[in-house]
Design a binder for this molecule. Structure first.
Ligand code: PLP
Length: 405
């Protein structure tokens, strides 16, 4: 069946017990057993305790797995809990190669937590397959990718670099939060594990924190499933229900997010006060051709820098009326943020700058409102912003970053 049908049906059967067309919220902490050690089987899972299994969570896990074209799904209490669980595949002494432009919370978990347990990280320009190959070591276990990346929308050729990693016995993990399974399926491109913050587009309404992992590999699934139960960062059934509800409109929402973002990116790129726009849908974006190949459309996030940079960003953000100044992304409501002081505040300024993230960078999560109202809001906010002068251009793929650990 096609994606647009699966997004409504898969993992979300009519309730087998009552026929309810909306899958129920199993709000329970445990399940009765007819005899000690003989728990009930339901939907192919053994129901003993709700940290281990809950049918509403099973429905969400099956739904996300189907949309990513993977055999197994696991749901978590946050995107970072999913990231953390993927990292549980590592042991002390292992090495990870990660994209150097990535979500600040993932960077913080890598460098402030896992580095203390003897895992080392190199942050490299994964848009350069040669650099990826050169950075692999005998003890490299994971290649960690975001494509498009947060916040610079760098596009990595997932098929090319995952083939390089596989040839060296290295697993590729793709954080597919920005693209969503509607736009891109990393497993089909050669990745081993897909991670999501379901907080974002999969739920889509800005009212849940959650995460998910999908894989095709039974051995990886067993290790991640063990960690999910052993560490216990599971989502509650109400949150699973909300993500299941949000998922049903993923295709429709993504179409509008992408259309609105494309209009805004091209509008901003022609605005005299704007220094640079980062959007993979612009033909000038260095990853445009790869994005065309590996994505169905170019996503709903647009980042940009104003000519008068930091001072202008503050003024601009405070003047927005339809866009809300807030962390997060992927909701129906448009949001704007200043990554250096918000989502990426935990990345050291010199590391952030070396990765190409300007001090005045603005990231827009373009919602599903009327595009003309969004453009008007941006134009109104840009009025009165200091003009600044044109500076030499630097792109995310052309600067280098020393290993952070
Ligand atoms: N991955 C990406 C690309 C993100 O942007 C985020 C959060 O912004 C996360 C993971 C973490 O997700 P959560 O906030 O649900 O823990």
């Amino acid at each position: 069946m096609q994606f647009d049908t699966r997004v409504v049906h898969d993992g979300q059967p009519n309730d087998p017990l009552t026929g309810a067309i909306s899958f129920p919220i199993y709000q329970t902490s445990t399940f009765s057993q007819a005899e000690a050690g003989a728990p009930m089987e339901y939907m192919g899972r053994t129901l003993s305790y709700a940290r281990s299994e809950n049918p509403t969570r099973t429905a969400l896990e099956n739904a996300v797995a189907s949309l990513e074209g993977g055999a197994f799904g696991l749901a978590f209490s946050s995107g970072l809990a999913a990231v953390n669980t993927a990292l549980s595949l590592l042991s002390a002494g292992d090495h990870v190669v990660a994209c150097r432009d990535l979500y600040g919370g993932s960077y913080r978990l890598f460098t402030k937590v896992y580095a203390r347990f003897g895992v080392s990280f190199d942050f490299v320009d994964t848009t350069d397959a040669g650099e990826v190959e050169r950075s692999l070591r005998p003890n490299t276990r994971l290649l960690w990718l975001e494509s498009p990346s947060n916040p610079l929308l760098c596009v990595t050729d997932i098929a090319a670099v995952s083939a390089i990693a596989r040839a060296q016995g290295v697993l590729t993990v793709v954080d597919n939060t920005f693209a969503t399974p509607y736009l891109q399926n990393p497993l089909a491109l050669g990745a081993d594990v897909v991670v999501h913050s379901t907080t974002k587009y999969l739920n889509g309404h800005g009212d849940v924190i959650g995460g998910a992992i999908v894989t095709d590999d039974t051995g990886i699934r067993d290790r991640l499933k063990f960690h999910q139960n052993a560490a216990g960062a599971i989502p509650g059934p109400q949150d699973c229900f909300l993500v299941l509800r949000g998922l049903k409109t993923l295709s429709l929402r993504m179409e509008r997010h992408c259309a609105n973002a494309a209009k805004i990116a091209s509008h901003l790129s022609e605005h005299g006060l704007v220094e640079r726009v980062y959007y993979p849908g612009l033909p000038s974006h260095p990853g445009h051709a790869i994005a065309r190949r590996q994505m169905r459309a170019f996503g709903g996030i647009v980042s940009f820098v104003l000519r008068a940079e930091v001072e202008a960003s503050r003024r601009f953000l405070s003047r927005l009326r339809v866009f809300t100044l807030a962390e997060s992304l992927g909701a129906v409501k448009s949001l704007a943020c200043h990554p250096p002081s918000m989502t990426h505040a935990s990345v050291e300024p010199e590391v952030r700058r070396a990765a190409g993230v300007a001090d005045g960078l603005i990231r827009l999560s373009v919602g599903i409102e009327d595009a003309a109202d969004l453009v008007d809001d941006l134009d109104r906010a840009l009025e009165g912003v200091p003009a600044g002068t044109r500076r030499p251009r630097a792109h995310c793929a052309s600067t280098s970053l020393a290993p952070a650990t």
